[in-house]
Design a protein around this ligand. Structure first.
Ligand code: S5P
Length: 250
């Protein structure tokens, strides 16, 4: 028998942050633990993608600075409308990694104005606990461990990173390839049903593997979905694989 894990309902009862509650409520409602990563280059592709994956995801993860034609009104406003229409969160995978003052500037300024639209942001914790104080009104997902070959996120690093994540009220969860304490939500990228690597250092596991071995809460899938010939079909495949893998453990 597998080790028991907390259900999304139990985690929702324990949740304190607006956005940990929100993402768990969406998971329960949609029967989904899938986050689609929209690593595409144009606003049109981003919005088309969001329209296709929207009904079946808990959050859309963006790298907003990849877009070649970003325009606040033409990119963010319709994206926010789709997030409302299909009830998913916007997670900007910015991976902040600087001192508090610089992160504060990066979070709210420049052309992206991340703080005005993102529900969740990723951040490294390399700058120390106080560097996370600037992330008000969003849920921070702390980078605890990375999925790439040769990452410097050793077990000692992860242990210290977890202390920061657990102590900071802005943090709702962590990105990791290892188990983390269950007062934090676990987000796991490096998930693909078809392949084990990408020849650029990425390392993949299956949804089943990451639920069983890491007791993850949310899977993050990029190329497995946005490169698929049939994006809607692939979204459903990952959604069902993720949900079944979770259900098998409760
Ligand atoms: O350790 C990590 C952390 C993240 S957030 N490894 C990752 O791959 N990611 C992100 O997840 C990465 O930046 C990319 O957007 C996504 C994985 O994409 P895929 O195409 O490899 O599934």
């Amino acid at each position: 028998a597998e080790e028991k894990r907390l259900t999304y309902e139990q985690k929702l009862e324990n949740a304190n942050h607006h956005f940990s509650k929100k993402i768990l409520e969406i998971a329960i409602e949609k029967k989904s633990n899938l986050i689609a990563s929209a690593d595409v280059l144009t606003t049109k592709e981003l919005l088309d993608f969001a329209e296709k994956v929207g009904p079946n995801i808990v959050a859309l993860k963006t790298h907003i600075d990849i877009l070649t034609d970003f325009d606040f009104d033409e990119t963010v406003l319709p994206l926010k409308d789709l997030a409302t229409k299909y009830n998913f969160l916007l997670m900007e995978d910015r991976k902040f990694a600087d001192i508090g003052n610089t992160q504060e500037l990066q979070f709210s300024n420049g052309i992206y104005k991340i703080s005005s639209w993102a529900d969740l942001v990723t951040s490294q914790v390399i700058g120390g606990e106080t560097s996370l104080d600037c992330f008000l009104n969003v849920g921070v997902i702390a980078i605890i461990g990375m999925s790439s070959k040769g990452t410097l996120t050793s077990s000692d690093y992860r242990e210290e990173a977890l202390k920061i994540a657990q102590n900071h009220p802005n943090v709702i969860g962590g990105v990791s390839q290892n188990k983390i304490p269950d007062d934090l939500l676990l987000f796991t990228p490096g998930v693909n049903l078809e392949t084990k690597d990408d020849n650029k250092g990425q390392q993949y596991n299956t949804p089943e593997h990451v639920f069983k071995n890491l007791q993850t809460d949310f899977i993050i899938v990029g190329r497995g979905i946005y490169k698929a010939n049939d994006v809607e079909k692939a979204t459903l495949e990952y959604k069902i694989a993720g949900w079944n893998a979770y259900m098998n453990l409760i």
